[in-house]
Design a protein around this ligand. Structure first.
Ligand SMILES: [Zn+2]
Length: 205
């Protein structure tokens, strides 16, 4: 099964005209005149993404505050792509906040890329998520590629894992999970560190 966005949103002629008339800089994104276009983008992408955040794959809430239209290439960096629908995907607000304006491209561009090669992180339209990250027990994110690893780092996906959840995941563990526990030691809060070390000790006993 494919787990990427297969069809980007296509603005209607009327919407395209509104964008032409009212958009000149990336800060225009928040203008009320674009509200209905954004609602249509969200409705379209919810179906394309099976209502999952493009980075953590958690289910998106149905309140407007629980879903963000994420600019894969930050609009502050390339404002020309603010309404480029291939650059838009739905994320949870937490992933969007964590990813923020971190640069996602390996090399500067003029035209929007036609594939995911130039991206450091998983591109929701170009990359199949499961080629890059495995999610174990719905809480442990295991990178399969450097893109997967960068996505985990960019969005701080380790934030979704409590020590208790890791322990549960470990009970059904695989060798890669132990490795992942060791890697995640670098990112864990100091208060969780001791507990995590105990889990690892237990795992290698
Ligand atoms: Zn998310």
């Amino acid at each position: 099964m494919s787990n990427r966005i297969l069809i980007p949103y296509t603005p209607t002629a009327e919407e395209a005209l509104i964008i032409t008339q009212h958009f000149s800089t990336h800060t225009d994104w928040t203008k009320a005149v674009f509200d209905s276009i954004k609602m249509n983008i969200i409705s379209h992408l919810r179906i394309q993404q099976f209502n999952e955040c493009c980075y953590c794959k958690y289910q998106l809430g149905f309140d407007i505050k629980e879903v963000d239209i994420e600019h894969i290439i930050p609009k502050s960096e390339y404002e020309v792509f603010t309404f480029k629908t291939l650059n838009l995907a739905l994320s949870c607000p937490a992933c969007n906040t964590k990813k923020s304006t971190k640069p996602v491209l390996n090399r500067a561009i003029v035209n929007y890329p036609k594939n995911g090669k130039n991206f450091k992180i998983i591109h929701a339209h170009y990359d199949n998520y499961s080629d890059h990250i495995d999610i174990i027990n719905e809480c442990v994110f295991v990178a399969k590629t450097s893109k997967g690893s960068e996505t985990i780092t960019f969005c701080e996906l380790f934030r979704l894992i409590t020590v208790e959840q890791r322990a549960k995941a470990y009970q059904k563990a695989s060798p890669t999970l132990l490795h992942q526990l060791v890697v995640s030691l670098k990112n864990v809060d100091p208060q969780d560190k001791k507990e995590l070390i105990d889990i690892i000790k237990d795992a290698i006993r």
